[in-house]
Write a protein that binds this ligand. Structure first.
Ligand SMILES: [Ca+2]
Length: 389
Protein backbone atom coordinates (compact mmCIF):
# COMPACT_ATOMS: atom_id res chain seq x y z
CA UNK A 1 0.00 0.00 0.00
CA UNK A 2 1.20 3.47 -0.83
CA UNK A 3 1.69 5.59 2.25
CA UNK A 4 0.49 9.12 2.48
CA UNK A 5 3.28 11.56 3.29
CA UNK A 6 3.79 12.38 6.92
CA UNK A 7 3.84 15.99 5.81
CA UNK A 8 0.34 15.91 4.35
CA UNK A 9 -1.39 19.07 5.46
CA UNK A 10 -4.51 18.47 7.55
CA UNK A 11 -6.64 20.35 5.06
CA UNK A 12 -5.73 17.81 2.42
CA UNK A 13 -8.08 15.16 3.70
CA UNK A 14 -10.81 14.30 1.27
CA UNK A 15 -14.32 15.37 2.20
CA UNK A 16 -17.62 13.65 1.52
CA UNK A 17 -17.65 15.28 -1.92
CA UNK A 18 -15.33 12.43 -2.79
CA UNK A 19 -18.34 10.14 -2.82
CA UNK A 20 -19.58 11.65 -6.06
CA UNK A 21 -16.20 11.14 -7.64
CA UNK A 22 -16.18 7.54 -6.47
CA UNK A 23 -19.50 6.94 -8.14
CA UNK A 24 -18.39 8.68 -11.32
CA UNK A 25 -15.47 6.31 -11.56
CA UNK A 26 -17.20 3.17 -10.32
CA UNK A 27 -16.27 1.22 -13.43
CA UNK A 28 -12.56 1.56 -12.81
CA UNK A 29 -10.44 -1.34 -11.60
CA UNK A 30 -9.11 -1.45 -8.04
CA UNK A 31 -5.46 -0.83 -7.27
CA UNK A 32 -3.29 -0.15 -4.28
CA UNK A 33 -4.05 3.50 -4.95
CA UNK A 34 -7.68 2.88 -4.16
CA UNK A 35 -6.74 1.59 -0.71
CA UNK A 36 -4.64 4.68 -0.16
CA UNK A 37 -7.63 6.83 -1.06
CA UNK A 38 -9.78 4.95 1.46
CA UNK A 39 -7.08 5.39 4.07
CA UNK A 40 -7.08 9.09 3.38
CA UNK A 41 -10.82 9.45 3.78
CA UNK A 42 -11.38 6.89 6.55
CA UNK A 43 -12.44 9.50 9.05
CA UNK A 44 -14.77 11.23 6.65
CA UNK A 45 -16.76 8.17 5.69
CA UNK A 46 -15.20 6.37 2.73
CA UNK A 47 -17.63 3.70 1.67
CA UNK A 48 -16.01 2.82 -1.64
CA UNK A 49 -14.54 -0.65 -1.27
CA UNK A 50 -11.73 -2.14 -3.30
CA UNK A 51 -14.11 -3.28 -6.00
CA UNK A 52 -15.72 -0.01 -6.89
CA UNK A 53 -13.20 2.62 -5.88
CA UNK A 54 -11.46 4.51 -8.69
CA UNK A 55 -7.95 3.74 -9.84
CA UNK A 56 -5.48 6.35 -8.81
CA UNK A 57 -8.23 8.88 -8.82
CA UNK A 58 -6.98 10.84 -5.86
CA UNK A 59 -3.48 9.94 -4.79
CA UNK A 60 -2.14 13.30 -3.77
CA UNK A 61 -2.88 15.95 -1.22
CA UNK A 62 -3.73 19.61 -1.52
CA UNK A 63 -4.04 22.42 0.95
CA UNK A 64 -7.73 23.02 0.36
CA UNK A 65 -10.66 20.87 1.40
CA UNK A 66 -11.80 18.03 -0.82
CA UNK A 67 -11.12 17.21 -4.43
CA UNK A 68 -12.84 20.27 -5.83
CA UNK A 69 -15.44 20.31 -8.54
CA UNK A 70 -13.63 20.55 -11.86
CA UNK A 71 -15.69 19.68 -14.91
CA UNK A 72 -14.61 16.23 -16.14
CA UNK A 73 -12.59 16.72 -19.33
CA UNK A 74 -14.10 15.39 -22.54
CA UNK A 75 -12.09 14.14 -25.53
CA UNK A 76 -13.59 15.43 -28.78
CA UNK A 77 -10.88 14.37 -31.25
CA UNK A 78 -7.58 12.57 -31.61
CA UNK A 79 -5.18 14.00 -34.17
CA UNK A 80 -2.84 11.28 -35.41
CA UNK A 81 -0.15 13.62 -36.67
CA UNK A 82 2.80 11.18 -36.58
CA UNK A 83 4.63 13.39 -34.12
CA UNK A 84 7.91 12.29 -32.55
CA UNK A 85 8.24 13.31 -28.88
CA UNK A 86 6.44 16.64 -29.13
CA UNK A 87 7.38 18.84 -26.19
CA UNK A 88 5.39 22.07 -26.48
CA UNK A 89 2.93 23.87 -28.72
CA UNK A 90 1.70 27.41 -29.20
CA UNK A 91 -1.16 28.75 -31.29
CA UNK A 92 -0.55 31.60 -33.70
CA UNK A 93 -3.18 34.33 -34.01
CA UNK A 94 -4.41 32.74 -37.26
CA UNK A 95 -5.18 29.46 -35.46
CA UNK A 96 -2.20 27.47 -36.73
CA UNK A 97 -0.41 25.52 -34.00
CA UNK A 98 3.38 25.30 -33.88
CA UNK A 99 4.75 22.17 -32.21
CA UNK A 100 8.32 21.47 -31.10
CA UNK A 101 9.79 17.97 -31.36
CA UNK A 102 12.50 17.30 -28.78
CA UNK A 103 14.90 14.97 -30.58
CA UNK A 104 14.34 15.90 -34.23
CA UNK A 105 14.57 19.63 -33.38
CA UNK A 106 11.79 20.16 -35.90
CA UNK A 107 9.11 22.78 -35.66
CA UNK A 108 5.87 21.58 -37.19
CA UNK A 109 2.77 23.51 -38.15
CA UNK A 110 -0.61 21.95 -37.51
CA UNK A 111 -3.65 23.29 -39.28
CA UNK A 112 -6.91 21.61 -40.23
CA UNK A 113 -5.74 18.36 -38.64
CA UNK A 114 -2.56 18.11 -40.75
CA UNK A 115 1.05 18.54 -39.67
CA UNK A 116 3.73 19.99 -41.96
CA UNK A 117 7.38 20.64 -41.18
CA UNK A 118 8.30 24.31 -40.89
CA UNK A 119 11.98 23.64 -40.40
CA UNK A 120 14.71 22.39 -38.12
CA UNK A 121 16.11 24.64 -35.43
CA UNK A 122 19.89 24.86 -35.88
CA UNK A 123 22.19 24.37 -32.91
CA UNK A 124 20.06 21.88 -30.99
CA UNK A 125 22.03 19.00 -29.42
CA UNK A 126 19.44 16.46 -28.28
CA UNK A 127 20.39 13.88 -25.67
CA UNK A 128 18.57 12.28 -22.77
CA UNK A 129 15.83 14.67 -21.73
CA UNK A 130 17.46 17.55 -23.59
CA UNK A 131 16.69 18.83 -27.07
CA UNK A 132 14.21 21.29 -28.52
CA UNK A 133 11.92 21.93 -25.56
CA UNK A 134 9.68 24.89 -24.69
CA UNK A 135 8.03 27.42 -26.98
CA UNK A 136 6.56 30.83 -26.26
CA UNK A 137 4.96 33.30 -28.59
CA UNK A 138 5.92 36.92 -28.21
CA UNK A 139 3.07 39.00 -26.76
CA UNK A 140 3.79 41.34 -29.67
CA UNK A 141 3.72 38.54 -32.26
CA UNK A 142 1.26 40.25 -34.63
CA UNK A 143 3.88 42.95 -35.22
CA UNK A 144 7.24 41.35 -34.28
CA UNK A 145 6.64 37.71 -35.41
CA UNK A 146 8.92 36.36 -32.68
CA UNK A 147 8.76 32.75 -31.52
CA UNK A 148 10.89 31.99 -28.45
CA UNK A 149 12.54 28.59 -28.04
CA UNK A 150 14.28 26.85 -25.12
CA UNK A 151 16.71 24.21 -26.25
CA UNK A 152 19.73 22.17 -25.29
CA UNK A 153 22.84 23.10 -27.26
CA UNK A 154 26.27 21.46 -27.22
CA UNK A 155 27.27 23.70 -24.30
CA UNK A 156 24.20 24.53 -22.26
CA UNK A 157 20.48 25.13 -22.25
CA UNK A 158 19.59 28.42 -23.89
CA UNK A 159 16.79 30.59 -25.17
CA UNK A 160 16.62 31.94 -28.69
CA UNK A 161 14.02 33.79 -30.68
CA UNK A 162 13.36 33.68 -34.38
CA UNK A 163 10.94 35.26 -36.77
CA UNK A 164 8.11 33.11 -37.98
CA UNK A 165 6.56 34.75 -40.98
CA UNK A 166 3.67 33.66 -43.11
CA UNK A 167 4.40 33.38 -46.80
CA UNK A 168 1.96 34.28 -49.58
CA UNK A 169 1.18 30.57 -50.05
CA UNK A 170 0.26 30.24 -46.35
CA UNK A 171 3.40 28.37 -45.33
CA UNK A 172 5.58 29.58 -42.47
CA UNK A 173 9.16 30.70 -42.93
CA UNK A 174 11.70 30.24 -40.13
CA UNK A 175 14.16 33.06 -39.61
CA UNK A 176 17.65 32.67 -38.13
CA UNK A 177 17.63 32.12 -34.38
CA UNK A 178 18.99 34.92 -32.20
CA UNK A 179 20.21 33.67 -28.82
CA UNK A 180 18.85 35.97 -26.12
CA UNK A 181 19.89 33.99 -23.01
CA UNK A 182 22.43 31.21 -22.50
CA UNK A 183 24.42 29.44 -19.80
CA UNK A 184 21.63 27.44 -18.17
CA UNK A 185 23.39 24.21 -17.12
CA UNK A 186 22.58 21.04 -19.05
CA UNK A 187 22.72 17.35 -18.27
CA UNK A 188 21.17 14.12 -19.53
CA UNK A 189 18.21 14.82 -17.23
CA UNK A 190 16.74 17.76 -15.26
CA UNK A 191 17.01 20.33 -18.05
CA UNK A 192 13.81 22.20 -17.24
CA UNK A 193 12.63 23.78 -20.49
CA UNK A 194 9.27 25.45 -20.04
CA UNK A 195 9.06 29.11 -21.10
CA UNK A 196 6.07 31.39 -21.02
CA UNK A 197 5.31 35.09 -21.14
CA UNK A 198 3.53 36.31 -18.02
CA UNK A 199 0.76 38.85 -17.74
CA UNK A 200 3.51 41.41 -17.01
CA UNK A 201 5.03 40.87 -20.46
CA UNK A 202 8.20 39.23 -19.10
CA UNK A 203 9.46 35.79 -20.07
CA UNK A 204 9.39 33.20 -17.29
CA UNK A 205 11.72 30.21 -17.61
CA UNK A 206 11.64 26.91 -15.70
CA UNK A 207 15.07 25.34 -15.31
CA UNK A 208 16.28 22.08 -13.79
CA UNK A 209 19.08 21.35 -11.33
CA UNK A 210 21.00 19.64 -14.17
CA UNK A 211 21.99 16.96 -11.64
CA UNK A 212 24.04 19.58 -9.79
CA UNK A 213 22.63 19.65 -6.31
CA UNK A 214 24.40 22.85 -5.32
CA UNK A 215 22.65 24.87 -8.03
CA UNK A 216 19.09 25.29 -6.74
CA UNK A 217 20.08 26.97 -3.44
CA UNK A 218 22.66 29.26 -5.08
CA UNK A 219 21.02 32.59 -5.92
CA UNK A 220 23.66 33.27 -8.53
CA UNK A 221 23.30 29.94 -10.36
CA UNK A 222 20.77 29.38 -13.12
CA UNK A 223 19.95 25.71 -12.42
CA UNK A 224 16.93 24.78 -10.31
CA UNK A 225 15.21 28.12 -10.76
CA UNK A 226 12.37 30.02 -12.25
CA UNK A 227 13.93 32.92 -14.15
CA UNK A 228 12.22 36.14 -15.25
CA UNK A 229 13.61 37.93 -18.28
CA UNK A 230 12.83 40.83 -20.55
CA UNK A 231 12.02 39.89 -24.16
CA UNK A 232 15.65 40.81 -24.96
CA UNK A 233 16.93 38.28 -22.41
CA UNK A 234 18.01 40.67 -19.67
CA UNK A 235 17.05 40.17 -16.01
CA UNK A 236 13.58 41.66 -15.63
CA UNK A 237 13.44 44.86 -13.57
CA UNK A 238 12.28 44.23 -10.02
CA UNK A 239 13.60 40.67 -9.80
CA UNK A 240 14.20 39.79 -6.12
CA UNK A 241 18.00 39.34 -6.25
CA UNK A 242 18.86 41.81 -8.97
CA UNK A 243 19.66 39.04 -11.44
CA UNK A 244 17.62 36.70 -13.63
CA UNK A 245 16.45 34.55 -10.71
CA UNK A 246 12.79 34.84 -9.71
CA UNK A 247 12.42 31.83 -7.36
CA UNK A 248 14.84 29.15 -6.19
CA UNK A 249 15.09 25.70 -4.67
CA UNK A 250 13.54 23.89 -7.62
CA UNK A 251 14.48 20.45 -8.85
CA UNK A 252 13.06 20.39 -12.36
CA UNK A 253 10.32 22.86 -13.27
CA UNK A 254 8.17 21.55 -16.12
CA UNK A 255 5.04 23.69 -16.21
CA UNK A 256 4.18 27.38 -15.73
CA UNK A 257 0.73 29.00 -15.71
CA UNK A 258 -1.06 31.98 -14.22
CA UNK A 259 -4.46 31.96 -12.59
CA UNK A 260 -7.16 34.56 -13.18
CA UNK A 261 -5.76 36.74 -10.38
CA UNK A 262 -2.30 36.73 -11.96
CA UNK A 263 -0.70 34.28 -9.50
CA UNK A 264 2.01 32.05 -10.98
CA UNK A 265 1.82 28.29 -10.41
CA UNK A 266 4.36 25.72 -11.47
CA UNK A 267 4.65 21.96 -11.73
CA UNK A 268 7.81 20.19 -10.72
CA UNK A 269 9.22 16.67 -10.76
CA UNK A 270 10.08 15.20 -7.38
CA UNK A 271 12.88 12.63 -7.01
CA UNK A 272 11.14 9.27 -6.43
CA UNK A 273 8.59 10.88 -4.13
CA UNK A 274 6.73 14.17 -3.85
CA UNK A 275 5.90 15.63 -7.21
CA UNK A 276 4.72 19.19 -6.65
CA UNK A 277 2.36 21.93 -7.73
CA UNK A 278 3.74 25.17 -6.32
CA UNK A 279 2.42 28.69 -5.96
CA UNK A 280 5.35 30.86 -6.97
CA UNK A 281 6.30 34.04 -5.19
CA UNK A 282 9.33 36.14 -6.07
CA UNK A 283 12.37 35.32 -3.98
CA UNK A 284 10.76 32.28 -2.34
CA UNK A 285 12.74 29.09 -1.79
CA UNK A 286 10.99 25.85 -2.76
CA UNK A 287 13.31 23.56 -0.84
CA UNK A 288 15.28 21.36 -3.22
CA UNK A 289 17.50 19.54 -2.43
CA UNK A 290 17.02 20.04 1.32
CA UNK A 291 13.34 19.10 1.39
CA UNK A 292 10.51 18.07 -0.93
CA UNK A 293 6.74 18.29 -0.66
CA UNK A 294 5.15 20.16 2.21
CA UNK A 295 7.23 19.53 5.35
CA UNK A 296 6.34 22.87 7.02
CA UNK A 297 9.93 24.04 7.37
CA UNK A 298 10.27 27.74 7.97
CA UNK A 299 13.01 28.36 5.45
CA UNK A 300 11.17 26.72 2.58
CA UNK A 301 7.88 27.16 0.80
CA UNK A 302 5.56 24.13 0.96
CA UNK A 303 4.10 22.72 -2.23
CA UNK A 304 0.35 23.32 -2.58
CA UNK A 305 -0.25 19.86 -4.03
CA UNK A 306 1.97 16.87 -3.29
CA UNK A 307 1.83 13.58 -5.14
CA UNK A 308 3.58 11.10 -2.83
CA UNK A 309 4.38 8.70 -5.67
CA UNK A 310 6.03 9.95 -8.85
CA UNK A 311 4.65 6.82 -10.52
CA UNK A 312 1.23 8.45 -10.28
CA UNK A 313 2.24 11.81 -11.62
CA UNK A 314 5.56 13.24 -12.86
CA UNK A 315 3.64 16.37 -13.86
CA UNK A 316 4.77 18.24 -16.96
CA UNK A 317 2.71 20.81 -18.89
CA UNK A 318 0.42 23.00 -16.80
CA UNK A 319 -2.54 25.10 -17.84
CA UNK A 320 -5.10 26.98 -15.78
CA UNK A 321 -8.62 27.69 -16.99
CA UNK A 322 -11.17 29.30 -14.73
CA UNK A 323 -10.35 28.01 -11.26
CA UNK A 324 -8.98 24.67 -12.44
CA UNK A 325 -5.37 23.68 -13.05
CA UNK A 326 -4.72 20.92 -15.59
CA UNK A 327 -1.46 18.97 -15.47
CA UNK A 328 -0.25 16.38 -17.96
CA UNK A 329 1.48 13.46 -16.28
CA UNK A 330 4.33 11.59 -17.93
CA UNK A 331 5.06 8.54 -15.80
CA UNK A 332 1.56 8.74 -14.31
CA UNK A 333 0.03 8.61 -17.82
CA UNK A 334 -3.01 10.69 -16.97
CA UNK A 335 -4.42 14.20 -16.80
CA UNK A 336 -4.64 15.70 -13.33
CA UNK A 337 -7.05 18.45 -12.40
CA UNK A 338 -6.67 20.62 -9.32
CA UNK A 339 -9.31 23.10 -8.15
CA UNK A 340 -7.75 26.38 -7.08
CA UNK A 341 -9.31 28.71 -4.55
CA UNK A 342 -7.21 31.79 -3.92
CA UNK A 343 -3.87 30.47 -2.71
CA UNK A 344 -5.24 27.05 -1.83
CA UNK A 345 -5.35 23.96 -4.03
CA UNK A 346 -7.64 20.98 -3.75
CA UNK A 347 -6.57 17.36 -3.75
CA UNK A 348 -5.84 16.40 -7.36
CA UNK A 349 -8.28 14.33 -9.40
CA UNK A 350 -7.10 12.13 -12.28
CA UNK A 351 -8.64 11.40 -15.66
CA UNK A 352 -7.69 9.11 -18.58
CA UNK A 353 -5.39 7.01 -16.37
CA UNK A 354 -3.21 4.90 -18.69
CA UNK A 355 -5.69 5.36 -21.55
CA UNK A 356 -3.42 7.43 -23.78
CA UNK A 357 0.03 6.96 -22.29
CA UNK A 358 2.41 9.69 -21.22
CA UNK A 359 1.21 13.28 -21.49
CA UNK A 360 3.88 15.94 -21.98
CA UNK A 361 1.98 19.15 -22.36
CA UNK A 362 -1.42 20.75 -21.93
CA UNK A 363 -2.16 23.73 -24.17
CA UNK A 364 -5.21 25.99 -24.21
CA UNK A 365 -6.70 26.13 -27.68
CA UNK A 366 -8.14 29.29 -29.26
CA UNK A 367 -11.69 28.01 -28.70
CA UNK A 368 -11.08 27.54 -24.97
CA UNK A 369 -10.53 23.77 -25.08
CA UNK A 370 -7.22 21.98 -24.67
CA UNK A 371 -4.65 20.02 -26.55
CA UNK A 372 -2.78 17.22 -24.82
CA UNK A 373 0.55 16.18 -26.37
CA UNK A 374 1.43 12.52 -25.81
CA UNK A 375 4.99 11.24 -25.39
CA UNK A 376 5.02 7.57 -26.28
CA UNK A 377 7.01 7.41 -29.56
CA UNK A 378 4.36 5.15 -31.10
CA UNK A 379 4.14 7.76 -32.83
CA UNK A 380 2.69 10.59 -30.77
CA UNK A 381 -0.64 12.27 -31.20
CA UNK A 382 -2.74 15.17 -29.97
CA UNK A 383 -5.86 14.69 -27.90
CA UNK A 384 -8.32 17.54 -28.30
CA UNK A 385 -10.48 18.30 -25.28
CA UNK A 386 -13.71 20.28 -25.28
CA UNK A 387 -13.82 23.66 -23.55
CA UNK A 388 -14.68 23.07 -19.90
CA UNK A 389 -18.41 23.52 -19.30
CA1 LIG B 1 9.75 21.78 -3.31
Amino acid sequence: MRKLPASAPPGGRVSDRTQAHFRAFAAAKPTAGAFAVCLAVLLSGCTGDANDAPTGNITGTGTGAGPGNATPPEVVARLDLQLDIPWAAVFLPNGTAVVSERDSALLKAVRDGRATTIGQVPGVAPGGEGGLLGLALSPGFPSDNYLYLYFTSAQDNRIARLKLTEQPDGSLDLGDPEVVFSGIPKASTHNGGRIRFGPDGFLYVGTGDSQRREQPQDRNALGGKILRLTPEGDPAPGNPFGNAVYSLGHRNVQGLAWDSAGRLWSSEFGPDVNDELNLIEPGANYGWPAVTGAPHREAYRDAKVVWPSTADSSPSGLEIAGSTAYLGALRGQRLWTVSLSGEEASAPVAYFTREYGRIRDVIRTPDGGFWLLTNNKNPDFVLVLAPPG
